[in-house]
Design a protein around this ligand. Structure first.
Ligand SMILES: Nc1nc2c(c(=O)[nH]1)N[C@H]1C(S)=C(S)[C@@H](COP(=O)(O)O)O[C@H]1N2
Ligand SMILES: [Mo]
Length: 218
């Protein structure tokens, strides 16, 4: 059946298929044996360290907004109710921080970045994103990494609301990249055609940050 015959609500399916054909979602995910679970140079911790620029914004869920704009067909500003109205997903994943700690088996609840992308529909030229936190933090990420199957906008951890210190009410989690890419207190996403460095990237950190390739510094 030709694309033109599809009903209007199949537009998203169509754009997903197109992205798949373009290889936009091919992030090089490899199935890793358990012995490869810990990336090189990392050690395991059981607690969950807090790392940020020092100011932890106090954003009540009712006041929280996420503005998504740039190279998208449908820019949106989500509030808490709109986020909760999107499909909710639970995923377990590991954290790898560039300061060498890793933490296994974090149970996250939230919205898959793919479900957000379905809503805003990135344009063909879209290739990178800049993520903005309420504390002024920024970090850049390729669209393909943001769209990874395990990446999500998270509001709960181990079944409880995400603590303010860890980026509550809503943070990003991109488990296959170093944790500095996972912006806390998420308030904005700019979809861009070209890459540009965020806060840590301007200070020498790697533009992509793959832990298995030890992309720590640029
Ligand atoms: N908004 C915001 N997000 C941020 C940061 C920050 O300073 N501000 N720090 C990053 C860094 S360097 C790390 S290691 C993780 C730490 O998250 P955690 O405090 O929940 O462990 O958040 C990342 N996201
Ligand atoms: Mo970090």
């Amino acid at each position: 059946m030709a694309d033109d015959d599809l009903p209007e609500d199949s537009k998203l399916t169509r754009s997903k298929r197109r992205w798949a054909e373009d290889g936009k979602f091919l992030t090089g995910h490899r199935a890793r044996p358990e012995t490869d679970r810990l990336p090189p140079g990392q050690h395991l911790v059981r607690d969950w360290p807090v790392l940020d620029l020092g100011a932890q914004p106090d954003i009540a869920a009712e006041r929280w907004r996420l503005k998504v704009g740039g190279l998208v067909a449908r820019p949106v500003t989500l509030d808490w109710a709109a986020l909760m109205a999107l499909p909710q997903t639970m995923l377990r994943s590991d954290i790898h921080c560039v300061t060498t700690w890793s933490r296994y088996d974090n149970d996250w609840t939230g919205v898959l970045t793919r479900d957000l992308l379905d809503l805003v529909e990135p344009r063909d030229e879209a290739a990178f994103l800049m993520l903005h936190g309420y504390d002024g933090y920024t970090t850049n990420v390729p669209l393909a990494d943001f769209a990874d199957r395990q990446a999500m906008l998270v509001h709960s951890w181990q079944g409880r609301p995400l603590e303010r210190a860890h980026g509550g009410p809503v943070r990003l989690v991109i488990p296959h990249l170093y944790f500095w890419k996972s912006a806390k207190w998420l308030r904005g996403i700019d979809v861009l055609g070209a890459d540009k460095p965020g806060y840590w990237e301007q200070n020498g950190y790697h533009m992509r940050g793959d832990p298995w390739d030890e992309e720590r510094y640029g």
